[in-house]
Write a protein that binds this ligand. Structure first.
Ligand code: ADP
Ligand code: MG
Length: 813
């Protein structure tokens, strides 16, 4: 609250208040002071509102944990954990309680507690000796993340009883850094205030020489200051961003910071995963190519899994598909038995693209391997001729967009049980291929098309086979001219990669490791292209951090990825990214709209003061400072807020992406605000003012002060200046609703808030003009009916001029 009073723009108002008091205008001084208070209150509550909106976003991303309850593995909210719960910890998860491990081993990143970012190993078994609990080999702690491995543990402490909870003062505040937009606008606000002060100082001697009294010259300087300080701008922008963040969350894109809303709108390139983002992530086995009989192939594939399959099915969709297919072929396996007979597990690793299990099968120890054919086939004992034949079969399946796994086995009964992974996964006996279909999400095609028309390129970055990816990409409308595989990418120099990325082609990066994403994000960023990069795994985190917009998958993504990302897509759907970009663009366009609206009034407010000063007081002051305040802080506020809620304009997604360095306030905006609408308004205001004066028998330099015969006419004339500004601002509000389209195409009634804002504006103005107590404060007098008639054409004139300008703009395009 205090900050609102000491805010630089508020300080300028303080200055105006002091000037007013010094020049003897007690009422004005008090009025400006009242404005400062009112302004601070409004800004304070707007900011509170924005902050709550951001806090509410966290409700969209609840922390969850897997535990065992009633013998079942279930997911619960992390805050429902209790001591004694059996907690499952898997790679990529944030650990939400202090836990003693009872099975398995994990690597944990304890940086949240110790500041040490190198992961440490923790495993069930020997507790060993340790000075503090943090060093214990069997304990893992709330607030840390599991970066590799999996384990089971018993919850010891939760909530504020955890080690993390002890660091009680740990700030929970949302990081509220200023967005580039806010910084920009603040800069411009300052610039304008600076200009106002400079002009005020410049005109002070000028008015003085022109014969103005010192008091009148001061009044003039105050008027300029008050008319130009864009008081309400910053909080209105913050609020617009917060509203944008809320509507983004509603479409399924949760941003972590308000500034992300703005950055999203600048997206020029999207690098997307394939599985789960472009596709449904609902795998189904559709082709089986066994070497001999299909039975051993299907059983081996089903045994080489870690997914659970009793009651609720959980785990990798690829594995669920394999278990499903085995079951429907009458070979259903019992997962409990599968786990009991398992002697060893070589986990799936994205780098290796394969996994193996060592299973005890009827007195024998058999290794079952499944994985990408590129990885598995070379490890099989195949004659060169057979190798080529199987590779052809793989190619045939991938061309149809299938995800292909090669399955192999090896009898390891006589080998040492400590055989290393590389040695074990060798001399394999190929059992066959399994082709799975993961259909593209139906809504992605339209989203990709929208991205294309918005000048956004879409690259696919996947661990899957290039042909499979190319086929899926084709189905969703990505016209990938090139497929670059991981090996080729590694051989590329930075320059070659830059050339590739600037070629304008859409590219499929296939069989790439998550680490390669970092390189691609980096290259795009260096090229000055705002890149949105999706990711879900632990290894994706660095790329998510580096990309301008890291996009994590809310459903399939790990906690690690979600923490690294700037945006979390709650439904994992590519189409949601598109919707997010549209929303980001809309918010930015709307900020421009109300900035223009607020700027436009400056001309009709300043011109009367200039006329007054330049005529040396021969023309009496056409507008009083209190009346300016009534416009700036009364009639104008609600329409400005309403413009922030304007729906997306047609054609918004048909423009090329905005550069991140592009200013909100462009020359075109200033031209429309000041050159067109502001000028027309100023002419209308002066015309109305002079018409009333002249009609009342005024001639230049005739006295209009209190007690003179012309005084009532003068009050009516200033009242008309005020009313004319309000009438013109109605036209400005309507015109500001669109940036290039015609108001007709957008629809007059489509933003009800603007209409209510205008209604409020008119009622407020009427109160200022007609209510006797307010007449005293604002120096107004009820105008005659013919004067009111003059107001009628004004909104239409202002709006019409801008409508013609936009029409010409469209024609030029
Ligand atoms: P994507 O980009 O499609 O998500 P992944 O990194 O998940 O790719 O997988 C890369 C490759 O690893 C897949 O094409 C597949 O051949 C293989 N693969 C994926 N999941 C498994 C699994 N659970 N077991 C064995 N191999 C797998
Ligand atoms: Mg994947």
């Amino acid at each position: 609250m205090l900050r609102q009073f000491s805010h630089p723009l508020a300080l300028l108002l303080w200055l105006a208040a002091v000037l007013a008091l010094v020049s003897g205008s007690m009422v004005l001084g008090i009025a400006i002071f009242a404005v400062i208070v009112l302004n601070a209150l409004v800004a304070f509550f707007q900011e509170q509102h924005a902050e709550h909106a951001v806090e509410a976003l966290s409700a969209y991303l609840p922390q969850r944990a897997w535990i065992q309850r009633d013998g079942h593995r279930v997911q619960v909210l992390a805050r429902e954990l209790v001591p004694g719960d059996v907690l499952f910890i898997d790679e990529g998860e944030r650990i939400s309680a202090d836990v003693r491990l009872i099975k398995g081993s994990v690597e944990v990143d304890m940086s949240a507690l110790t500041g040490e970012s190198t992961p440490v190993e923790r495993s069930a078994g020997d507790a060993g000796e340790s000075q503090r609990p943090l060093d214990s080999k069997v304990l893992v702690f709330s607030g840390t993340t599991c970066v590799a491995g999996s384990a089971v543990g018993i919850v010891r402490n939760t909530g504020s009883h955890t080690e993390l909870g002890r660091i009680a003062t740990l700030s929970r505040q949302v990081r509220s850094d200023m967005s580039p937009l806010e910084r920009q606008v603040r800069r411009v606000a300052w610039m304008i205030a600076g200009v106002a002060i400079a002009v005020g100082l410049l005109f002070l001697p000028l008015g003085f020489f022109a014969g103005l009294s010192l008091g009148a010259a001061f009044l003039f300087a105050i008027g300029l200051l008050v008319a130009n300080v864009p008081e309400g701008l910053l909080p209105t922008i913050t609020l617009a961003l917060a509203a944008g963040a809320r509507s983004l969350a509603r479409v399924g894109a949760v941003v972590k910071r308000l500034s992300s809303v703005e950055t999203l709108g600048c997206t020029a390139v999207i690098c997307t995963d394939k599985t789960g983002t472009l596709t449904e992530n609902k795998m189904r086995v559709v082709e089986v190519e066994p070497v001999g009989a299909s039975e051993p192939l299907l059983i081996a594939a089903a045994l080489c899994t870690t997914a659970t399959y009793d009651g609720d099915r959980m785990g990798d969709p690829t594995e669920i598909a394999l278990l499903d297919h085995a079951a429907s072929s009458g070979l259903s396996i019992d997962v409990a038995q599968r786990d009991n007979q398992r002697l060893k597990l070589f986990r799936f690793e994205p780098q290796l693209m394969r996994m193996s299990t060592l299973d005890g099968v009827a007195e024998r120890k058999v290794l079952h391997t499944k994985g990408a054919p590129e990885q598995v086939l070379p490890r099989c004992t195949l004659a060169p001729e057979a190798g080529r034949r199987w590779q052809q079969r793989v190619d045939g399946m991938t061309e149809r967009g299938l995800r292909v796994l090669a399955i192999a086995s090896r009898d390891l009964t006589t080998e040492s049980p400590d055989l290393a992974r590389e040695q074990a996964e060798d001399q394999l006996n190929l059992l066959g291929l399994i082709g799975m279909l993961d259909p593209p999400r139906p809504e992605v095609l339209a989203a990709v098309n929208e991205c294309h028309s918005a000048g956004i390129r879409v690259h696919v970055v996947t661990g899957d086979n290039g042909r499979t990816a190319a086929e899926i990409a084709r189905q969703v409308g990505i016209n990938a001219q090139q497929v670059i595989d991981g090996e080729k990418l590694d051989q590329m120099s930075e320059r070659e990669l830059d050339e590739l990325l600037t070629s304008g082609d859409e590219i499929i990066f296939a069989r790439v490791l998550p680490e390669a994403k970092l390189r691609i994000a980096d290259a795009l960023h260096q090229l000055g292209l705002v890149v949105a990069m999706t990711g879900d795994g632990v290894n994706d985190a660095p790329a998510l951090r580096r990309a301008d917009i890291g996009v994590a998958m809310g459903r399939s993504g790990t906690d690690v990825a979600r923490e690294a990302a700037m945006v979390v897509i709650t439904d994992d759907n590519f189409a949601t990214i598109g919707a997010g970009i549209r929303e980001g663009r809309r918010v930015f366009a709307n900020v421009r709209k109300f900035v223009m609206y607020i700027f436009a009034h400056a001309v009709p407010e300043v011109v009367p003061f200039l006329v007054f000063a330049l005529s040396g007081g021969a023309v009496p002051l056409p507008l009083t400072v209190v009346q300016i305040l009534a416009v700036d802080l009364g009639t104008e506020t609600l329409p400005a807020l309403a413009l922030g809620r304007e729906p997306a304009e047609a054609g918004l997604m048909e423009q090329p992406p905005r550069s991140q360095s592009e200013n909100v306030i462009t020359r075109r905006l200033l031209w429309r605000a000041w050159g067109l609408m502001g000028t027309v308004s100023a002419v209308a205001v002066m015309a109305a003012f002079l018409a009333v004066l002249l009609h009342g028998g005024w001639h230049p330099a005739a006295p209009t002060g209190v007690g003179t015969p012309l005084h009532r006419t003068y009050l009516q004339a200033t009242t008309m200046s005020f009313a004319a500004i309000v009438a013109c601002q109605v036209g400005t509000a309507l015109a500001s609703r669109t940036a290039w389209a015609s108001l007709k195409s957008v629809g007059f009634m489509t933003n009800r808030l603007v209409l209510s804002g205008i209604a409020f504006e008119l009622i407020f103005a009427a109160a200022v003009i007609y209510l006797p107590p307010l007449q005293c404060v604002f120096d107004t007098a009820a105008p005659d009916p013919w004067m009111l008639l003059m107001l009628v054409p004004m909104p239409w004139a202002v709006w019409g001029v801008d409508e013609i300008y936009r029409w010409r703009l469209r024609r030029q395009r």
